[in-house]
Design a protein around this ligand. Structure first.
Ligand code: NAD
Length: 334
């Protein structure tokens, strides 16, 4: 059986996903949802999509009656993920939603509940959860090869261009660098350490208040505390290039990845030497595995469900609260 996927939002990442899906055996693009007729035409030609499987943002609730669509992959600006997920779930279709799943934990929880009620899967586009180097280091950590884990460092950032893009618009992005790229350090700290943090402290630096307006973060450093006593030190920024690095430290070893979350190849090494496992296009593996999760009930080694996405939103809420209050904030998953 093949997972029949409609792509919602035909922007730059959607194009990357679609190209990667050409190599998938279990997942296939069968439909599109877009507000731009010229893009729809282009995708129809490229992916052989019939008119009856093309929708816009006003009429896509009608996918409910379309047996050619099993799931919708939402690849739109962050603030739209919540309302669009609720509509896809109401139409009875599985949801694959890009990160960040929403712009706060409350909306994330509503998305989980809507999908549960509709009895559809909700999966978040965490492609690194299926990447070979990442999985090998997580295996080493879980099997105790690195000894007791004490420390994680996650550095995530790039210098952002065009000041008019939606990523720098609070209404559409829900924030700035943290929602977009800092989330990789947060999520990485959790799968690399293998626990969920329970406190956070955070500091913000803004060098360009014209480009990075109120509510749009430029650079944030933050620290996380984990139940075992492990700590993490992280950086999220839209103002520095070449920041894509994870470092995990245990009593008996270390693992490092740089780049750690880019489109690849991922470079990695441990105290025993280089790892550098072969590169496979991340989105190809991700969509094969997500098809197996939805069609066969397969369990992911590192989860990609709504709960997983929601925990990152709880942490982001706590980071913003720490910045607002200047206090160390307790992270509560409830
Ligand atoms: P993009 O700007 O290239 O594409 C966004 C698409 O949404 C465009 O086709 C645009 O036309 C459409 N859109 C619909 N309503 C819009 C509106 N009101 N304003 C602006 N655009 C609107 O962005 P992107 O880089 O493709 O990012 C889309 C989503 O994918 C984001 O949530 C982002 O975080 C996520 N993403 C994930 C990864 C990853 O590696 N997992 C990588 C890039 C982007």
């Amino acid at each position: 059986k093949v997972l029949k996927v409609a792509i919602m939002g035909l922007g730059s990442y959607a194009n990357r996903v679609a190209d990667a899906m050409k190599d998938c055996k279990r997942a296939k693009i069968t439909g599109v949802i877009s507000g731009t007729p010229s893009k729809v035409k282009d995708w129809q030609t490229r992916f052989n999509i019939p008119d009856k499987n093309c929708y816009n943002y006003d009429n896509f609730d009608a996918i409910k009656n379309n047996p050619d669509i099993d799931a919708v992959y939402i690849i739109t600006p962050n603030a739209q993920h919540h309302p669009q997920t609720l509509r896809v779930a109401a139409a009875g279709k599985h949801v694959i939603c890009e990160k960040p799943m929403s712009i706060n934990a409350k909306e994330g929880k509503e998305m989980i509940e809507a999908c549960k009620k509709a009895e559809v899967h909700l999966l978040i586009g965490y492609r690194m959860h299926f990447e070979a180097n990442t999985l090998e280091i997580v295996r080493m950590q879980r099997e105790g090869e690195l000894g007791k884990i004490r420390f994680f460092q996650g550095l995530s950032g790039f210098r952002i261009g065009d000041p008019t893009q939606w990523r720098l618009n609070r209404e559409l992005a829900g924030g700035g660098a943290m929602m977009d790229i800092g989330i990789y350090a947060i999520n990485g700290s959790r799968y690399m350490i293998g626990e969920d943090p329970f406190w956070v402290t955070a500091q913000e630096v803004k060098t360009d208040p014209v480009k990075f307006k109120e509510g749009v973060d430029e650079t944030i450093t933050f620290q996380l505390g984990f139940p075992s006593g492990a700590i993490a030190s992280c950086l999220s920024t839209y103002n520095m290039n070449y920041l894509d690095k994870f470092f995990l430290n245990g009593d008996n070893g270390f693992a490092e990845m740089q780049p750690s979350t880019g489109y690849g190849p991922i470079r990695s090494w441990t105290n025993k030497g280089r790892l550098d496992l072969p590169h496979v296009t991340h989105q190809t593996t991700q969509m094969e595995e997500m098809a197996a999760i939805i069609l066969d009930g397969k369990k992911a080694v590192i989860p990609v469900d709504g709960e997983e996405g929601w925990k990152d939103m709880v942490i982001i809420d706590a980071i913003f609260e720490s910045l607002r209050t200047g206090n160390k904030v307790e992270i509560k998953y409830a």
